[in-house]
Structure formats: structure tokens, C-alpha cells
Ligand binder design. Structure first.
Ligand code: TYM
Length: 328
């Protein structure tokens, strides 16, 4: 049976990119696979964050997970910091990834290019080690993520290969699973840039009200042409909106393109706004109910217990392999 693991980092407001590229699809695995979905709160500490903001973001993500249709009876939902094995495995695995590899990570370069060494914490540099530990702990073979996380899964694969070559077949080889449509949702104000939690202008936040969301879509940057056509290089804005539409409707880009043959940009944008509204309205309602009932508390408590059992077994296996005395 496949083992699935994925997580979201509670650093900011979740975006439509997080939703369409990852969150929306986690539930699709829970009927036929063993699914572990977590809140990557230790990762959120790698750049400065206010404690209250971190707490609230973590509650939001837990609630969004439940609102997306993840069923705690069918999968395990937990906080990374509740399972101490993540930090313990990290302490071992940091010896198997090297400075040169970590320095080449795109996300590290993007996030730290404007900082000097006295501002860059060890945690942000070693981020991929902790992420690899997250994946390895659950023997996950499938890691559903958006396109920006592929490199982190690839370095996890390098680590697994290196470790297994040295110690035998101890770790499971994971693979990133990327959506055909929606793996990289772009900013609405600059469609050559990824939509990200730290770009309030071009982002659709899941907590924005519907009126704001519609307004953002209607004023999305397009181009001077008139044709609704998928052409990311020459028509990045229109292509991004087509992707958002197709992803909301669960159809291919080709089908979306056919739907809008002969449409004017204004009417096309309205249809995209309708599709997003149709997709997000029930999701947002469920989120509000979950926040009000605090349903996430029990889920996270039980999830931590279930996750800890699985994670501590892998940790023991690794400890034994590297020669740490494990006294049961
Ligand atoms: P994070 O919190 O940045 O993003 C969560 C998920 O959303 C995807 N995503 C997008 N997909 C499409 N278009 C976008 N514009 C977009 N922006 C974000 C991300 O690819 C991701 O799947 N390092 C991870 C968290 C993490 C993790 C893990 C994930 C920690 N350990 C182990 C998987 C397995 C992160 O910061 O994701």
C-alpha cells in the first residue's frame, strides 16, 4: 500500500496556490493509501515569526485540512513539533547532506540572497535536512507537492540513496507527485512570479472574502491580445487564469481552452471568478465551522499519538543502522 506524506508550513496566509497545488488533493489519497498530513511548524521557525501568528496559522492549517475533506478516521493529521522523532532524525540526517548541496537549493538562495551571513540562521540553511527527515520517518513513497518543492524531494532522494548505499536497504525511496494542472499557480499581479504567501498584491488568500477574491481576479494582469489561449511564455496572465479555472473544475487545460473559444477577456475573467467562488465557498464555510467548534484539537492530539508510533519505529531502525545503542 502506498504511504503518502505531505505538509504545509504555517508561515503566512494560505493562498489559492497552496490550495490548488497541494491541499485540495490530499484527500484523494485517503481511501486507498496510508496518509500522513502535517503542519510543518518547526519549518516555520526558520525565518523570524511572531509566536502568536505562528500559533494562529497552525490552527488555520489544521482547520483547512479538515475543511478540505481529509477525514481523521482515514488519515493522520498532526503537528510536526508534537512528534519529537522529527527533530531526532534531523540530528542524525544532518550528517548525510553536505554544505555544497544545501547551498545550491533554489529556495535557500531565493530567501537568503538579500541577507548577509549574520542574519541567516542555521535552520534555513539546513531546511532540506528536516524536510527529508519528515518524509523518511513515515516511509513515504509518494509526496504530493507543488512544483516549488520538487528540488527538496529530489535532495531527499539523494540522501536516501546515499544512506542505503552505506547501511543497506533501511530507508524507503520517496517520489514527488505533481499535479498535471495547478502545480504552479502564478501571481495575479505579476504572472511571471509564483503566487506565494508573502505577496499580498498578487495573491488570493483562502481567508479573503469572496468579494475581494472576485475583485483580485477581475483586475488580474493579462496582455494586449484578445484570444483566450494557453501560452505561458507569451500570455502568462491568461495561461494562469486558464490553469486556475481548469484546476477548480478538475478538467484539462485543453478542455478549459475550448470552453472559452471566442470569449472576451472580461467575460473569461468573470467565469474564472465564478469557478473559484464555486470551489471555495463550501470549503470556507466548513473552515468557519471547524474553527468555531475547535474540532482540530482532538484531531491533532490523536494524530500526534498515531504519527509518533510510526515515526519512532523508523527512528529506531535508523539509530540501529548507524550504530547508536538502542536499549529497549
Ligand atoms: P509550503 O507551505 O510553502 O507550501 C505548501 C504546498 O503548497 C504548494 N504551493 C503551490 N502549489 C502551486 N502553486 C503555488 N503558487 C504554490 N505555492 C505553494 C507547495 O509546493 C507545497 O506542496 N517545505 C514545504 C513544507 C514541508 C513539506 C515537508 C512538504 C515540510 N516538510 C515534507 C512535503 C513533505 C513548504 O514550505 O510548503
Amino acid at each position: 500500500m502506498d504511504r503518502i506524506l505531505s505538509g504545509i508550513k504555517p508561515t503566512g496566509q494560505l493562498t489559492l496556490g497552496n490550495y490548488l497545488g497541494a491541499l485540495k488533493h490530499f484527500k484523494d489519497f485517503q481511501d486507498q493509501s496510508e496518509v500522513f498530513i502535517f503542519i510543518a511548524d518547526l519549518h516555520a521557525l526558520t525565518l523570524p515569526i511572531d509566536p502568536e501568528v505562528l500559533r494562529n496559522n497552525s490552527i488555520d492549517i489544521a482547520s483547512f485540512y479538515l475543511a478540505s475533506g481529509l477525514d481523521p478516521k482515514k488519515c493522520t493529521i498532526f503537528l510536526q513539533s508534537s512528534v519529537s522523532a522529527h527533530a531526532e532524525l534531523n540530528a542524525i540526517m544532518q550528517n548525510y547532506l553536505f554544505m555544497g548541496e544545501l547551498k545550491r537549493m533554489t529556495q535557500f538562495k531565493d530567501k537568503c540572497s538579500k541577507m548577509n551571513d549574520s542574519q541567516i540562521g542555521l535552520g534555513i540553511f539546513a531546511y532540506p535536512v528536516l524536510m527529508a527527515s519528515d518524509i523518511i520517518l513515515y516511509d513515504a513513497n509518494i509526496v504530493p507537492v507543488g512544483e516549488d518543492q520538487i528540488q527538496h524531494v529530489e535532495i531527499t532522494r539523494d540522501l536516501v540513496h546515499r544512506f542505503n548505499t552505506k547501511y543497506g536497504d533501511i530507508l524507503i525511496m520517496p517520489k514527488a507527485q505533481i499535479r498535471k494542472v495547478g502545480a504552479r499557480i502564478m501571481s495575479l499581479s505579476d504572472p511571471t512570479k509564483k503566487m506565494s504567501k508573502s505577496d499580498p498584491k498578487g495573491d488570493i488568500f483562502l481567508k479573503d472574502d469572496m468579494k475581494t477574491i472576485r475583485k483580485k481576479i477581475m483586475s488580474a494582469v493579462t496582455d494586449s491580445g484578445t484570444e483566450v489561449k494557453y501560452d505561458p511564455e507569451n500570455k502568462p496572465g491568461i495561461s494562469n487564469l486558464l490553469t486556475i479555472y481548469a484546476s477548480c473544475k478538475d478538467i484539462s487545460i485543453e478542455e478549459a481552452e475550448k470552453t472559452f473559444n471566442g470569449f472576451r477577456y472580461g467575460d473569461f475573467k468573470k467565469a474564472v471568478a465564478d469557478a473559484v467562488e464555486e470551489e471555495l465557498t463550501p470549503f470556507k464555510q466548513r473552515y468557519e465551522e471547524i474553527i468555531a467548534s475547535k474540532a482540530y484539537v482532538k484531531v491533532l492530539k490523536e494524530g500526534a499519538e498515531k504519527a509518533s508510533k510510526v515515526a519512532s519505529k523508523t527512528l529506531k531502525r535508523v539509530q540501529k543502522a548507524v550504530g547508536l545503542l538502542t536499549i529497549d
